[in-house]
Every structure is written in structure tokens, then in C-alpha cells.
Design a protein around this ligand. Structure first.
Ligand SMILES: O=P(O)(O)OC[C@H]1O[C@H](OP(=O)(O)OP(=O)(O)O)[C@H](O)[C@@H]1O
Ligand SMILES: [Mg+2]
Length: 172
């Protein structure tokens, strides 16, 4: 979380998420996905999608798990989106080449750039995220919590426990 400050990222509203909260939100997401499936396999969008994908796969009883490996943000700055690795031939075949019956999982959609890439690669797959910001929301089939576009979500794997100054001393 190198780009972060105590007040958040580049003036955005900080929205810290604990491990407990994240686990609860992933389980809530799975309740919804359970009504949509069944799915042949889960595809995690790395790296942020790995944690929710593990929880969702556990809850849905899925054991075929693949990844689409991408890089776009360096901390809080968005750069060119690079696909470092696509799904395996075996996973692609399970989805009939278009992704039908495959479940793609990511932690969030923000601008929707990653979601658009995912939709281009596997147009018939079901795309699920735990959190969604308004710009990216139209690209997602299922999500749990919407936050405003000027919110920066701090995930538990990017954060640690630190001292919080009292509100009267100017804490955000
Ligand atoms: O909707 P977008 O504007 O494309 O942003 C959303 C994506 O950005 C983050 O990933 P990031 O590229 O930072 O990589 P990471 O998952 O490895 O942290 C997040 O995990 C999503 O995948
Ligand atoms: Mg990501």
C-alpha cells in the first residue's frame, strides 16, 4: 500500500476492510452466486481476486481453479493493463471457448478497465466481485457492496494495525 497516507489515497475517502468483514462479504457473495450456478470452475483475477476466489470456491464446493494474471495499478496509480497469463486450454474448453459456466472472481471493480478486459476474453462467463464502484458496476454480474467512486478500499492483505490518533486531534 505504498501510495497510501493516513487520510487515504490522493484525497479519496478511506474504506478499510478487516479480514472478518472481507470473509463475511465473500460469504454473502457466495449466497448470491449459489442461485446463479452451477459453475464448472472459478477463475481468479490476480492478485486481488485470489483471496475471494478461494473463499467462494470453498463455499461452492468447486475444485477447478484457474487464474487470469494481470497488472495495472502500481499502488494507487493506474497504468496500462497487461495480461501476463490467460486461462489454461483445459479451463477454456470447460467454458466452450466463450466462458459459459465459468465464474470469474475479483475483489473489486473500480474504473471497469479490468472488467472490460475480462469480458472481452470470456464474454459468456459470470463475473463477480465483492465490491463495486459506480464506473465499473455495469461490467459486473454479481457484487455485494457498492462504494462511491471517490472511495479507496484498503484490503486486509495490504494493511496492518497502527495507532489511530483521537478524533479531536484531527483523525479522519
Ligand atoms: O476496475 P479497475 O479500474 O480496472 O480496477 C480494479 C482492479 O484493480 C485492482 O487490481 P490491481 O491491478 O491493482 O492489481 P492487484 O490485484 O494485483 O492488486 C483490483 O484488484 C482489480 O483487479
Ligand atoms: Mg486486481
Amino acid at each position: 500500500m505504498g501510495g497510501g497516507t493516513e487520510a487515504g489515497v490522493a484525497g479519496q475517502r478511506p474504506f478499510p476492510v478487516s479480514w472478518d468483514q472481507f470473509h463475511r462479504d465473500c460469504r454473502a457473495l457466495t449466497w448470491r452466486l449459489n442461485e446463479v450456478g452451477p459453475f464448472h470452475a472459478v477463475i481468479a483475477i490476480t492478485r486481488g481476486g485470489l483471496v475471494p476466489a478461494a473463499i467462494v470456491a470453498r463455499e461452492l464446493g468447486l475444485r477447478v481453479i484457474d487464474t487470469i494474471c494481470v497488472a495495472s495499478y502500481a499502488h494507487d496509480k493506474q497504468g496500462e493493463l497487461q495480461v501476463l497469463k490467460g486461462v489454461s486450454e483445459q479451463t477454456a474448453a470447460l467454458g466452450g471457448g466463450t466462458g459459459k459456466g465459468l465464474l470469474i472472481v475479483d475483489d473489486l471493480v473500480d474504473t471497469g478497465k479490468t472488467g472490460r478486459m475480462v469480458r472481452d476474453l470470456l464474454p459468456d462467463a459470470h463475473f463477480a466481485t465483492v465490491y463495486a464502484k459506480p464506473k465499473g458496476k455495469p461490467l459486473v454480474d454479481t457484487f455485494i457492496t457498492e462504494v462511491s467512486q471517490d472511495t479507496w478500499i484498503f484490503f486486509p492483505w495490504d494493511t496492518g494495525l497502527t495507532f489511530q490518533p483521537p478524533l479531536k486531534d484531527g483523525a479522519a
